[in-house]
Design a protein around this ligand. Sequence first.
Ligand SMILES: NC(=O)c1ccc[n+]([C@@H]2O[C@H](COP(=O)([O-])OP(=O)(O)OC[C@H]3O[C@@H](n4cnc5c(N)ncnc54)[C@H](OP(=O)(O)O)[C@@H]3O)[C@@H](O)[C@H]2O)c1
Length: 254
Amino acid sequence: MSLYGKRVVLTGASSGIGQALVTEFLKEGCVVLGVSRTMEQTGTEHEGLYRMNCDVSDPAQVDRLFHRAQELLGGIDVFVANAGFAHYEFLGKPDWEHIRHIHDTNTFSPIYSAMKLKHDRGNEPWHMVMISSAAGQLSMPGYALYCATKAAMRGFANAWQAELAPGQFLTTVYPIGTRTAFFRRAGSPEPWPLQNPEHVARQVIRGIIGRKRSVYPSSLFRVLRLFPPLMTLYSRIGEMHFRRTQGKRRGEHG
Ligand SMILES: NC(=O)c1ccc[n+]([C@@H]2O[C@H](COP(=O)([O-])OP(=O)(O)OC[C@H]3O[C@@H](n4cnc5c(N)ncnc54)[C@H](OP(=O)(O)O)[C@@H]3O)[C@@H](O)[C@H]2O)c1
């Protein structure tokens, strides 16, 4: 399958994996509507790239995004739900708003967008891509809420596959730590190992072309997940590090 001429909507396009994906989609000859909260203020001009500021945690703005895609592109062939974030934190006092906020962006928005794509396009062909995370399958201490959002995305994607008509595809991507602004924004040290966003973006493109259900950009993680004791060991090391560095801050979180 060729991506040439495909109409792509990509969230979180202003930075990191999303920015690398913009480059890859343009190389493939796609026309891209890239969105983020600051998209209109960032990046370089390209004739195949439209920009829109959109906070995907707000359903009304997601509705406007679909409307704008119809106006500008005449429809959507590929929708990439990439926008997402984490907090590296010690969860103390229960805070419903804090829990909801991260789920709005990382979980509800991709699920709502997938359902909207299916609803709007009926039985026509399309391809939905959800950028989950290795953290959706592997426990990462300090990222409890983030892990919950990415595991929920995985659960939805695996089950929803059965509801797709012929010609409709859903690819879920499980990157490991990637060199982007993600960890700085999360307030966390960078984990080991790290991959480049350009590598992740190329693997996503291959996954779309190959109509893969799951994409594991890191072959190390692809193998690691087959050995649960190694996954547990990785998490235990993370736990020790988290206790050492964050435990002393418990008092601040109630
Ligand atoms: N980096 C990693 O180690 C890693 C590993 C696994 C999975 N991931 C996932 O990969 C995706 C991309 O992350 P990244 O590493 O590229 O991080 P990043 O460099 O921080 O990029 C995040 C992007 O999401 C956008 N964004 C955040 N909240 C948004 C909102 N409410 N509405 C619209 N756009 C929003 C940001 O732009 P604005 O601030 O302009 O809105 C930015 O373009 C995320 O879903 C992340 O969970 C990352």
